[in-house]
Design a protein around this ligand. Structure first.
Ligand code: PRP
Ligand code: HPA
Length: 185
């Protein structure tokens, strides 16, 4: 590990602000409205994608004022690095509880889309009736780079840089920041 990676203060010092706390908060409230319109009568099972989805989920859930159940899945392919492996490593897979249910999957970021595409496919393979995907941010990739999934709800867009804060980590640090920052480059 280089000094930059192991020093959270330097990571933050070198980063640039992408979306401030108020902008994030407005985006979450907008998402809550849209999700409520779609799922108000569906009694969905909400699945948080741990660990990146934890901040977004914690902000969104108290704004969803309809009956729902809650659970989580956990899968990782970045492993505290800034590039993902091809293979997703499952820690907690969706289970039988998704059968015949409307599932709302909540995650921090749709980047290349590999993670959410696999989670959605797993839920459908287990008999989920419908899988709705909401992300706090979507990364704008280079034109022509196709993603294997489209989110139903996107809070904010972020540039094609490694971003952190609001649940997203930079080398394992700073998931706790209330705003979104980008690493240089
Ligand atoms: O769209 P993709 O390119 O697949 O990337 C998005 C995924 O990557 C991150 O998870 P990560 O693998 O870092 O695990 P973490 O949640 O433990 O940070 C993030 O939380 C998303 O789940
Ligand atoms: O840009 C990112 N930041 C944090 N986590 C991520 N997982 C995929 N892309 C990112």
């Amino acid at each position: 590990m280089t000094a930059l990676h192991s020093n959270p203060a330097i990571i933050l010092q070198q980063a640039s602000l992408v979306h401030d706390e108020a902008t994030v908060s407005q985006a979450v409230s907008r998402l809550a409205q849209g999700i409520t319109e779609m799922l108000n009568d569906e009694k969905p099972l909400v699945l948080c994608v741990m660990g990146g989805g934890v901040v977004f989920t914690g902000q969104l859930l108290p704004q969803l004022l309809f009956p729902l159940e809650f659970g989580y899945v956990q899968a990782s392919r970045y492993h505290n690095r800034t590039h993902g492996d091809e293979q997703l490593v499952w820690k907690v897979k969706p289970g039988e509880e998704v059968r015949d249910r409307t599932i709302l999957v909540l995650d921090d970021i749709l980047d290349e889309g590999v993670t959410l595409a696999e989670i959605k496919a797993q839920c459908l393979a287990l008999g989920a009736k419908r899988v709705v995907v909401a992300v706090l941010v979507e990364k704008l990739l280079d034109p022509g780079k196709l993603k294997p999934i489209k989110a139903d709800f996107v809070g904010l867009q972020v540039p094609n840089q490694y971003v952190f804060g609001c649940g997203m980590d930079a080398y394992g640090w700073w998931r706790n920041l209330p705003a979104i920052y980008a690493l240089p480059g």
